[in-house]
Design a protein around this ligand. Structure first.
Ligand code: HEC
Ligand code: HEC
Length: 280
């Protein structure tokens, strides 16, 4: 279910899930339902690309929680990007954007990247008649800010007290995830299960990186394979093996059941619109 909806033509009224504070909106890019609607159309508009064949959605496919299923993104001319396409769900709360430490600090700035990047060419933005680039960037940012979702089994269990929403195994996985033994939640934390966030209650937060890489959100992770900034790990099973072997510190010495529990927990983070039986 879409959570954010406009109340009238003048201003934006957030309708947020339980546990989610209102995102920051820059003073010079106030949201209106009209602007968000323009941004949504532009997101799918192939006029944004050099040969009319590509849009934001070519890489950020809404059916895959706004990712592309590829190890690394492929630009409009077929060139490989150095990095994996991240989800846009809950990006409104990010302190920095993209995977790396030198990445943009606002959604508006982030959106100029695919328009103009030449290494590789992502969209090769040719300009749209009658629409200034600032309008394009600001409308897109207004739309992307509305991509807030929290209707996963995890949310129903944690925020709505629905004990049956998460299986026993997934609940064991949650406990393990929160335990000092795995240390997962030291980095993947808070309502986004990511690095630091900022919002209207906590407007200032420093970005955080581990070996130069931002801690990604784990929401919807079951439908956003392959994993890591370079797409180097194909499955969640292999990600858990990586951590178990000591990929990020001490080996964890997890049992087979504990592997399964962590994977069940990660699976409980999939929002209803993206959930599917085959988890392709
Ligand atoms: C060629 C594929 C491709 C296209 C086209 C593309 N993106 Fe991206 N997007 C990426 C990749 C790859 C990253 C990660 C970049 C990095 O880490 O340097 C990214 C990052 C982002 C982020 C940051 C998300 C986060 O959590 O930090 C946002 C927001 C975003 N893109 C929005 C858009 C919008 C809006 C458009 C259309 C104007 C667009 N993208 C077009 C591949 C693409
Ligand atoms: C020290 C901080 C830290 C700890 C502890 C940590 N992670 Fe991560 N996690 C990261 C970072 C940083 C990345 C991205 C690494 C990269 O792209 O190379 C990541 C990536 C992931 C991914 C892939 C997400 C994606 O979209 O590609 C999963 C899944 C994951 N972690 C789960 C876990 C689990 C489960 C644990 C505990 C066993 C854990 N993490 C512990 C920082 C951490």
């Amino acid at each position: 279910m879409p959570i954010a909806q406009g109340a009238n033509a003048e201003s934006w009224q957030w309708q947020l899930p339980a546990g989610f504070p209102p995102p920051l909106v820059p003073a010079d890019n106030r949201m209106t339902p009209a602007k968000v609607a323009v941004g949504e159309r532009l997101f799918f508009d192939k006029r944004l690309s050099i040969d009319g064949s590509y849009s934001c959605a070519s890489c950020h496919d809404p059916g895959r929680a706004f990712t592309d299923g590829l190890a690394v993104a492929i630009g409009v001319t077929g060139e490989r990007h150095a990095r994996n396409t991240p989800t846009l769900i809950n990006a409104a709360y990010n302190v920095s954007f993209g995977w790396l430490a030198d990445a943009p600090r606002t959604l508006e700035d982030q959106h100029r990247v695919p328009l103009h990047n030449t290494n590789p060419l992502e969209l090769g933005y040719p300009g749209i008649d009658g629409l200034a680039e600032d309008e394009v960037v600001e409308s897109l940012a207004s739309y992307v800010r509305t991509l807030i979702r929290a209707d996963s089994p995890f949310d129903r269990y944690v925020y709505y007290g629905d004990q049956a929403a998460m299986s026993m195994l997934a609940r064991e996985g949650l406990e393990l995830f929160l335990s000092p033994r795995t240390g997962c939640s030291a980095c993947h934390r808070g309502f986004t299960l990511s690095g630091p966030v900022r919002h209207q209650l906590v407007p200032d937060a420093e970005p955080e990186f581990h070996d130069g890489i931002r801690t990604p959100t784990l929401r919807n992770v079951a439908v956003t394979a392959p994993y890591m900034h370079d797409g180097s790990i194909a499955t969640l099973e292999a990600v858990i093996e990586f951590y178990d072997r000591g990929g990020r510190g001490q080996p964890l010495d997890l049992s087979a059941e504990e592997h399964a529990a962590l994977i069940a927990f990660l699976g409980s983070l999939t929002d209803a619109p993206f959930a599917r039986d085959d988890n392709r």
